[in-house]
Design a binder for this molecule. Structure first.
Ligand code: GLN
Length: 532
């Protein structure tokens, strides 16, 4: 039977619950335990797929095509666990299942209620992650203690622990212990209040993880222990890391968090192997080179919208011991003038939706092509590469995607046939992992080192094959396609050192210990460009 750790958050949002949840997962794995992770999000959308990045940040896509919260990216990258459709549940997903069952008449005349029907559905979602062979399931509850929306989840985990027994489940509460400058003191009161909210609904945290800016004194630890009813040893400090989020597992390991968790769950304390992480951290903290990449996107103030891309650059940086500085440039600001791109060693145009910013992305891509600057286009970025090439090399001045210009005379990017006539927006894109075959003798195959790859997707539009011959004969090579050759997956310009686009999202598969070849390739090309 799996043991369970439930992670709640208190005081404020934005404390990095995802990373705090993924870190013990990594530490427990390093002691030989099998760990599964899942997240519960209290909002009513069935999944985050229909939400704006302003609301939600990036939508992370799993292999099986589930559109999920970006914390699942941390789980896969940091903890090295694989996520799937059982790894992210929203209130919307839980409620819609219960309501669908009610419509089928499955509740046999009962009044359908929050307790037990919604809470039972949540408990069955928790059990779905506890597959045979999984030693420990870590479930993160989104939101902050005190939110109305998260109450059913908290009630469900309270019941769940009663169902499976004290030694089989624990509650970990992540909280903030702020330093108040005017009095020169750290204050424990917000944490006390947040824990008392949990107490009032029957949840008694077993461990407090305290986010702090400065080191915590014994005095504060004692206070937290006393007022929050948590043993002194189970008050764990998580001080702000100096340089990189990769320091978090190390910091929690130094405080023996994983050993304390195992003891609480009555699991044997196996030996911990952290050598790989230590050497990774060494490389993160001591880069020997640096390069600057411009990311031309739409949400320039919002790093969370491109979380996996930043992480992929960090991974490539680790592999090449290079500090990759990736600045976000707002595409719209480049529309008339690309001079802001001068001084960068490479360009990345990420995925996206809608017409805003397209002219700026196309201008940036033209700049990269003509100025021979290394460039990677992802999803919408690749589609813009095709549009740019058709307009400026093939002289099809109105070439466009039907996403932005439904009546264009030259729809070089068009809706995929299976997407035609679909009106529903939720979960209807081409989602998840599909195979792709690379062209021998291409930059793509040299980067990957193999011809057959599989990558994660999230798109509705595709390269229009009616223009394939024309584009290829003018120098834009199709270097990757679906195995039946019907869907173009990658394009490149052979007489440019690094100009490559992909219809898929490589950033979802990059990992600290296995960086993605397209990101490594871009950083390598950027370093070479710098030497010129
Ligand atoms: N909007 C484009 C499409 O639907 C690209 C999507 C993306 O970049 N994820 O095909």
């Amino acid at each position: 039977m799996s043991k369970h750790i439930f992670i709640t958050g208190g005081v404020v949002s934005g404390l990095g619950k995802g990373i705090t949840a993924a870190s013990p997962a990594y530490l427990l794995k390093s002691r030989g335990y099998t760990v599964a992770m899942q997240k519960f999000d209290p909002y009513l959308n069935v999944d985050p797929g229909t939400m704006s990045p302003y609301q939600h940040g990036e939508v992370y896509v799993t292999d099986d095509g589930t559109e999920t919260d970006l914390d699942l990216g941390h789980y896969e990258r940091f903890a090295g666990v694989s996520c799937d459709r059982n790894s992210n549940y929203t209130s919307g997903k839980i409620y819609s299942r219960v309501i669908a069952r009610e419509r089928e008449g499955a509740y046999l005349g009962a009044t359908v209620q929050m307790i037990p029907h919604i809470t039972d559905e949540i408990k069955s979602a928790i059990r779905s992650a506890a597959k045979p062979g999984v030693d420990i399931v870590i479930s993160e509850i989104g939101g902050t203690a005190g939110d109305i929306e998260s109450l059913p989840f908290l009630e469900a985990i309270r019941q769940f622990r009663n169902d499976i027994g004290f030694e089989n489940a624990m509650f970990l509460h992540l909280t903030l212990v702020p330093y108040i400058k005017s009095v020169g003191e750290m204050k424990t009161k917000p944490s006390q209040q947040s824990v008392s909210i949990l107490h009032s609904i029957g949840i008694f945290p077993d461990m407090l993880v305290c986010r702090t800016e400065t080191p915590m004194e014994d005095e504060q630890r004692r206070k937290l222990s006393l007022f929050c009813n948590v043993p002194d040893a189970m008050v764990i400090e998580e001080q702000d890391v100096q340089h990189s989020i990769y320091e978090v597992p190390q910091e929690l390991a130094d405080r023996d968090m994983d050993a304390k968790v195992l003891q609480r769950l009555s699991l044997p304390l196996r030996e911990r192997h952290l050598d790989d992480w230590h050497s990774l951290l060494e490389r993160v903290l001591h880069p020997v080179r640096a390069c600057r990449i411009a990311m031309v996107g739409k949400y320039a103030g919002l790093r969370d919208a491109y979380k996996s891309i930043f992480e992929s650059f960090a991974h490539a940086g680790i592999a090449l011991q290079t500090k990759v500085e990736c600045d976000m440039l707002e595409a719209e600001t480049l529309e008339g003038d690309c001079s802001a791109l001068a001084g960068y060693d490479g360009i990345l145009v990420p995925g996206g939706f809608g017409a805003r910013g397209i002219a700026g992305k196309v201008a940036a891509l033209r700049f990269a092509r003509e100025q021979v600057l290394p460039c990677l286009g992802i999803c919408l970025g690749m589609q813009c590469m095709v549009i740019e090439y058709a307009r400026n090399v093939l002289a099809l001045s109105d070439a466009d995607s039907t996403e932005f210009s439904p009546q264009t005379k030259h729809p070089v990017i068009d809706l995929m046939p299976e997407q035609r006539g679909l009106s529903a927006k939720g979960g209807t894109m081409r989602l998840g992992t599909y195979p792709c075959r690379l062209k021998p003798d291409s930059l793509a195959v040299r980067l990957y080192g193999k011809e057959k790859i599989s990558e994660r997707h999230r798109h509705r539009y595709e390269f229009n094959n009616d223009y394939r011959k024309q584009l290829e004969s003018c120098g834009l090579q199709v270097c990757g396609a679906s195995p039946d050759d019907s869907l173009v997956e990658m394009v490149e310009i052979p007489n440019h050192p690094f100009y490559i686009g992909c219809q898929f999202h490589p950033e979802f598969q990059s990992r600290p210990f296995s960086p993605h070849p397209l990101f490594v390739g871009l950083v390598q090309a950027a370093l070479k460009h710098q030497e010129k």
